[in-house]
Design a binder for this molecule. Sequence first.
Ligand code: ZN
Length: 415
Amino acid sequence: MPVPLQASPARLWTDIDALSALREPVAPGWTRPFLSPSFVRSRGWVAERMRAAGLEASVDAALNVIGVWPGMSPRRPALMTGSHTDTVEGGGRFDGVAGVVAAIEVVRLLQEAGLALERDLVVVDFAGEEPNAFGLSCVGSRALSGQLEERHLALRDPEGTRLDDALAAAGGDPAAATRLGWQPGSIAAFVELHIEQGPILEAEGLDLGVVDSIVGIDRCAVELRGRPDHAGTTPTRLRRDALCAAAPLITWVESAADAHGLGTVGAITVEPGSLNVVPAAARLGIELRSAEEGWLDRTRAGLEACAREAAERRGVDAVLSWQEREPPVHCDDDVREAIAQAVRDGGLTPRRMASGAGHDAAMIAAVAPIGMLFVPSAEGRSHAPQEWTDPEHLARGTEALARTLLALDGGSTAA
Ligand SMILES: [Zn+2]
């Protein structure tokens, strides 16, 4: 018989609501970006909530908030859970936050049920999961998985400030942050609860999703260079119009999408950007996402061919600069099954799905078996102020997270 566990929707909502008050005042929605004043204040708030729930909490060199609920056999590899509480500009109240408040609620409800774990339970609020001005996402989980390197710390924001200087100014310790990595084998499993950020669970009337894989991401900057000419005197056949060369690329990226992957042109700039000048340069920001490396390879090659052809036809130059790929990550079979069973034990149907968004779990996968649990997003909205997850759904997810951790602990012990 599964242990009866009851998470409190009211307690979960109280924490989400209180944390949402920490935000940048002039920005839209709920904006709490990495290293902003509200982000720095949120470190203390989260640590305090962890302590109130009985965790030993501290802020590490990368500004992760780490809470430890000591187990009965602390020498065994630990269990880890958590997510992030930083947001995108104009974001919502639930992305990442749901997984942090749920992790703290798990400790409360296990204690209320008179249960203790054999292993230490490490609850993490990962610093800087969202992309930031330095062009680096998942800063905290990168550090905890030993993947934060000198070259990352040397990245600069548009004002020219280095990431290590900004991290130090916010109270972090950049040199120490590169040495935070957990050793493979020291984490028995990492489980992240997160909002779905898509419409599937709500559309199918299901409460909880179990993630199979997290998509890999290729990002590319395409620069097309033509020639500025007078828009009133230069006949069309004599122009080298960089923006017209960009047009077929935009629709090619859209048409490359199929059941295995998605492509988006999310940014475009044009030079000189005047109504009476033929565009001399067009820059596109392109993103490809798929759980299959083969799809990413094929689509990348197709995009390069399309850019070459479009450039040749218009007599412009095309330069493609690819960022380092974020490879797809597959969830661990045993962790995934533990999550699915925990969902079934709560009387619900687990919906297997891929995550189209990147997550801290993808970083932690370098040092630990990982799994993810999704709770529904109303109308699939995310990265917008309208983001919403019913606290009742979050409570069901929290209970499933607690049951998952009990199962992965290898048997619970009455406290
Ligand atoms: Zn997130």
